[in-house]
Design a protein around this ligand. Structure first.
Ligand code: ADP
Ligand code: MG
Length: 254
């Protein structure tokens, strides 16, 4: 039986008179990769930031690991890993120094090299954040979510703007983190990403959940409803060609 670790019920968020989140409900199970999937402006980041205790909700109830967000936000903060905004700050510190700094903010002992090892960045320990490629920046920001050994991590569009190798690389990293028992909530507007990465997805549009299930089940339901793709799809796409030609392995620049 799947155990619920996050429960969101009838969540609403208004920015002034604009109703951005209109009664969203979903449960996240312990140990799964759960996707919030939707176009820009759907309300994904708003929902995520409210659960992260970083943004006020207008109404609704949220429980994380049995703690009520309204009553025990500090207990929730101890359990979660949130991507820190690293860009622009402390431009002269190295990655190892930044990790020590963040660990100090969390009041957590940390071995910077061990943490950099989990995201494959040991060779960049002495580099500055601004010197990293897009994929490396994302891997570093994922490392910062792991500093306090969280039960749950939140990733808001971690692969936006990355090239195909760097994206696949990040997918592998996210799967590895989940294998260690961490629950992952990720937002994305890439459907292919959700399909390969997420155990279950909530599709959000205009502030409402319009579907919630495993990607497989959602596709099967659509096919069962009589849907057919208008033309025969090839067994590969241009991205497959690109990956096949350029290789999938970890590269120095991603
Ligand atoms: P997503 O992450 O799915 O792209 P967001 O949660 O960022 O969506 O935004 C949902 C809607 O709320 C958008 O229309 C956005 O413009 C609006 N919005 C987000 N943050 C604010 C804010 N601080 N003030 C006013 N409107 C906001
Ligand atoms: Mg967003």
């Amino acid at each position: 039986m799947a155990k619920t670790i996050i429960s969101v019920k009838d969540l609403h968020k208004k920015y002034g008179s604009f109703h951005a989140v209109k009664g969203i409900s979903f449960d996240v199970f312990e140990g799964e990769i759960f996707g919030l999937l939707g176009p820009n402006g759907a309300g994904k980041s708003t929902t995520l930031e409210i659960i992260e205790t970083l943004r006020e909700k207008t109404s609704g109830t949220i429980e994380v690991a049995g703690f009520d967000l309204d009553k025990d936000p500090n207990e929730i903060k101890k359990l979660i890993g949130v991507q820190l905004q690293t860009s622009g700050y402390y431009p002269n510190l190295t990655l190892a120094e930044l990790i020590v700094l963040f660990a100090g903010l969390y009041n957590q002992p940390v071995n910077p090299m061990e943490l950099l090892e989990t995201v494959n960045l040991t060779d960049k320990a002495k580099s500055k954040y601004k010197e990293l490629s897009g994929g490396q920046k994302q891997r570093f920001s994922i490392a910062t979510t792991l500093i306090n050994h969280p039960s749950i991590i939140f990733l808001d569009e971690p692969t936006t703007g990355l090239d195909p190798q760097a994206r696949r690389n990040l997918w592998d990293l996210i799967k590895e983190i989940r294998l260690k028992g961490t629950t992952v909530i990720i937002t994305t507007h890439y459907m292919d990403e959700a399909e390969v990465l997420c155990d279950r997805v909530a599709i959000i549009d205009k502030g409402k959940v319009i579907a919630l299930d495993s990607p497989d089940k959602l596709i099967d339901d659509l096919v069962a409803s009589g849907f057919e793709r208008p033309k025969q799809v090839k067994n590969a796409n241009l991205e497959d060609v690109f990956i096949h030609l350029t290789g999938h392995e970890l590269r120095a620049e991603n």
